[in-house]
Design a protein around this ligand. Structure first.
Ligand code: CA
Length: 237
């Protein structure tokens, strides 16, 4: 089909969920001009069938939406195994550090505060897609009953699937492939988020906390060790 070919040649398929028509249009225009395929929804109700119909490569999700909030929707996407692996960038007018942490805690992979430049937006989209796609090119890793499959983006403990967001996935992937060494927050940012990043060191702590929470029911959180005043280490000893 001509349409599918056209989409395949695009850089990615992005779903915009934003209730303000002017911002939605600006986002759509920016994405289209940069070679992305996009679809748009004004609220969660409109977004649901679009996501089920064709899984996007990334979601731009406004925090303040009529009906279900972007924050609650991010959580619900993460809780559904079908959608848990979709990268999410949260868009918000809130700029407080506590809001940022709440946004990331809900399951978003990145966070951008309005008003933002289109350049910054595109850089963040590119960086998030790059680290998501890069994961797909490696083999299955198993450590102590914990299995990570980069091709399917699945993590399982003793064959039980675990729901995990793209950033935690990538962080866990890095730890599993670099065990027994201590990494500073800055090193983890470089390795896991990439060098072209706008995130602060503290973001690492948020994602470490989320990863530990995911692994805690299996008692695997103890593998992610805090090395005081240095950083973190993955160790099975
Ligand atoms: Ca809004």
């Amino acid at each position: 089909m001509l349409f599918d070919t056209a989409v395949d040649q695009m850089k990615g398929n992005i779903l915009i969920i934003e209730d303000e028509a002017a911002i939605r249009e600006m986002l759509g225009y920016t994405l289209m001009k940069d070679g992305y395929f996009f679809r748009e929804a004004a609220d969660v109700e409109q977004a649901r069938p679009l996501i089920m119909d064709n899984k996007p490569d990334l979601v731009l999700l406004d925090w303040m939406l009529p009906g279900m909030s972007g924050l609650d929707y991010a959580r619900s996407l993460r809780n559904n195994p079908e959608t848990a692996g979709i990268p999410i960038i949260m868009l918000t007018a809130k700029g407080e550090e506590t809001d940022k942490v709440r946004g990331l805690d809900s399951g978003a992979d990145d966070y951008i505060t309005k008003p933002f430049s289109t350049r910054e937006l595109l850089a963040r989209i590119k960086a998030l897609l790059r680290r998501t796609l890069r994961d797909d090119q490696q083999g299955i890793i198993t450590v102590d009953g914990l299995t990570l499959d980069p091709a399917t983006h699945r993590v399982a403990v003793r064959n039980r699937d675990i729901r995990i967001s793209p950033t935690e996935f990538r962080l866990l992937h890095f730890f599993l492939t670099h065990p027994e060494r201590v990494y500073s927050r800055t090193q983890l940012l470089d390795q896991v988020w990439g060098q072209n990043v706008y995130v602060e060191d503290r973001t690492v702590d948020v994602h470490i906390r989320r990863l530990r929470k995911i692994l805690a029911p299996f008692d695997h959180d103890k593998f992610i060790q805090t090395v005081r005043s240095v950083g973190y280490r993955f160790s099975t000893h």
